[in-house]
Design a protein around this ligand. Structure first.
Ligand code: FAD
Length: 319
């Protein structure tokens, strides 16, 4: 069976959910091998986790030469691994960093690249066919790479992780990183102050607020917390200085694809839709029954968010 490389998304060995989603999708194309960039000491523990989702092999790449630098060393390391293992496809979680790694890798391998897929399946010839939302969400397209090894970044929440036991055989991989790739070094990192909420792009539920909040995000945040959700915002809310740009959903903000997206006091401009319309279920609260967001929703509530959200929060908290 063809090997499919899946790059593990993790924070200091703590494997993140998008990895399991990618392993689930990779099994449609062949036999997944997971690639762990991290400390070799953590390799066995990581392998124990990813083998539950079908990883036959776990390539452990010591990130000592990689982690202090920007993306170029990771792309070089993946190139060496791909040249050694000749995979049928390479899947990476769609993060800002991974998309840059994937772009560099595609050039190095002379391969085609598809970013921000929301689904991956095997086509009639067994090759990867992706589904993507393009042109600010106006079209959904099926695409395939026709040159080289398909390199595909997949948005978080694109698939429900399904368990399947794999062998999880650990293999240490030695890579050589060129001096040129080490041209840009990270001198300091500043962890973002934790909100205690899930990361916006990975959350299963996102509750967003727009201009309709009038700058009072308390009902939005309260409702989000009752559901264990991440908080998002429209650009109008960000431009008004009510929320930081890191919370912005849309064309010039983050792209989210949660199981549930709740838009509150957001009109549904095309640039906002571009960042959220691949969400599985969309709910909107808006006091204007003619608001364009209602064209998109699965469920709509016509009402004032300052009344609707506290009432909904109370009901959920009671349960
Ligand atoms: P509005 O359009 O003003 O809508 C507010 C809504 O709140 C209205 O529908 C109103 O009926 C409702 N409302 C008011 N009060 C209440 C209440 N009490 N209870 C319930 N509902 C209420 N926008 C983004 O969001 N993300 C982007 O990334 C983005 N990128 C852009 C890039 C470009 C190049 C451009 C030109 C624009 C971009 N925009 C983006 C801006 C976008 O066009 C809209 O201006 C923006 O999304 C509007 O935000 P909004 O829906 O919060 O505000």
């Amino acid at each position: 069976m063809s090997e499919v490389l899946v790059v593990i998304d993790h924070a200091d060995g703590e494997v993140k959910k998008p990895t399991y989603e990618l392993l689930t999708l990779a099994r449609r194309l062949g036999e997944p091998s997971a690639v762990f960039f991290g400390s070799p000491d953590q390799g066995d523990a990581v392998a124990e986790k990813v083998k539950k989702y079908g990883a036959a092999k776990v390539y452990v790449v010591d990130d000592a030469q990689i982690k202090g630098f920007l993306v170029a060393p990771k792309a070089e390391a993946l190139q060496q691994l791909a040249e050694k293992s000749s995979p049928a496809a390479i899947l990476l979680p769609s993060t800002f960093e991974n998309k840059e790694v994937a772009g560099r890798l595609a050039i190095k391998l002379g391969s085609g690249l598809i970013t921000d897929a929301v689904d991956v399946a095997a086509g009639p010839d067994g090759g990867a066919v992706t589904t993507q939302s393009v042109f600010a969400g106006n079209y959904t397209v099926q695409a395939k790479v026709t040159t080289g090894t398909p390199i595909i970044t997949v948005k978080p929440n694109s698939a429900a992780p399904e368990e399947a036991e794999g062998a999880g055989a650990v293999e240490a991989v030695a890579v050589t990183v060129s001096d040129a790739a080490k041209g840009a070094q990270i001198v300091a990192t500043q962890p973002r102050q934790s909100t205690g909420r899930p990361e916006l792009t990975e959350a299963a539920i996102v509750v967003s607020g727009g201009r309709g909040t009038g700058g009072n995000f308390e009902p939005v945040e309260g409702f989000a917390d009752s559901l264990g959700a991440a908080v998002g915002a429209s650009r109008a809310a960000v431009d008004s200085g009510w929320m930081p740009h890191a919370f912005q959903v849309g064309q010039t903000g983050k792209t989210v694809s949660p199981q549930l997206y709740v838009a509150n006091g957001i009109s549904g401009a095309i640039q906002h839709r571009a960042g959220m319309q691949t969400s599985k279920t969309i709910v909107a609260v808006n006091k204007d029954p003619e608001a364009p967001i209602f064209e998109l929703v699965d469920f709509g509530v016509v009402g004032d968010l300052h009344t609707v959200l506290p009432a909904a929060t109370e009901k959920i908290t009671e349960r």
